[in-house]
Ligand binder design. Structure first.
Ligand code: APR
Ligand code: ZN
Length: 246
């Protein structure tokens, strides 16, 4: 990681108020949660359209619930890592927002208060008919597919499937348009509208900083690229930032 970059980024942050971070599966990789598109990625084992779409759910709710039940079982003992922790600690120094594509709750578990879960949350279920919803941490589920205790209809994971509207997208765009610094951490920037946020932020004057182990479509517009693992990059950046803010 270039020394000069870090020094400049610390200077930049010292003179910034509003900081945002768009995060993807890569920030949770070091917590042991598989990413989607890397080798051995999640989507390799499953036909995405069958397990992450409304049509797939209507066709075979059992298969979809088996897929999410398996992910919940694998996720249950996973903890936030140093990258999640740094973003949470940054709330002390900045008007800080995390806009995440992840459904694993690790940002909230790490202590971040200002979090937008664009793609929902795997620990929340909602009814397919009435307004019932619940946080549910049962792993594995004793009943598949689970049913609504209020009206008996099928429950579904409260996650955003392909083709569905993403949560709080206007708010996410507002934050991107008003940020001084916009981090893009651990995302392949393939899925919209999340992937448009860094470009919007840039258009509205933010400095864009990409933290990733590989290059992505965001790399071409990033003002800084910190090539490396999110935990290591954020830990050393935060150390330098705290020294500068003393
Ligand atoms: N540190 C930093 N970046 C990492 C690390 C790491 N330790 N490990 C992996 N990465 C990067 C990869 O290089 C890749 O660019 O994280 C990114 C993960 O990309 P994806 O697997 O495509 O995950 P994501 O970008 O979050 O996918 C977006 O697509 O499938 C849908 O809804 C799903 O939210 C998901 C969305
Ligand atoms: Zn119901």
């Amino acid at each position: 990681m270039e020394e000069q970059n870090i020094g400049e980024i610390v200077e930049l942050l010292k003179n910034s108020k509003r900081v945002a971070a768009l995060t993807g599966a890569g920030i949770s990789a070091e917590s042991g949660i598989p990413t989607f598109r890397g080798k051995g990625g999640l989507w390799e084992g499953y036909p995405v359209d069958k397990v992450a779409s409304v049509e797939g759910f209507e066709e075979d709710p059992e298969l979809v619930w088996k897929f999410y039940d398996e992910r919940r079982v694998n996720m249950k003992d996973k903890k936030p890592n140093r990258a999640h922790e740094v973003l949470a600690e940054m709330e002390k120094y900045f008007d800080m927002w995390v806009i995440t594509q992840n459904i694993d709750s690790l940002h909230t578990m790490a202590g971040s208060k200002n979090v937008i879960e664009l793609h929902g949350n795997i620990w929340r279920f909602k009814c397919t008919v009435c307004s019932y919803n619940e946080m549910n941490y049962e792993t594995p589920l004793h009943e598949i597919p689970p049913r609504c205790p209020k009206c008996g209809s099928l429950l579904r994971p409260d996650v955003v499937w392909f083709g569905e509207t993403v949560n709080e997208v206007e708010k996410a765009f507002e934050i991107a348009k008003n940020s001084d610094v916009f981090f893009v951490i651990g995302t392949s920037a393939q899925v919209h509208p999340a992937a448009s946020l860094p470009f919007i932020a840039k258009d509205y004057g933010a400095k864009v900083i990409e933290i990733n182990i590989e290059s992505t479509p965001v790399s071409v517009i990033a003002d800084y690229i910190l090539r490396g693992k999110a935990t290591e990059v954020l830990d050393s950046l935060f150390l330098r930032l705290q020294e500068a803010l003393q």
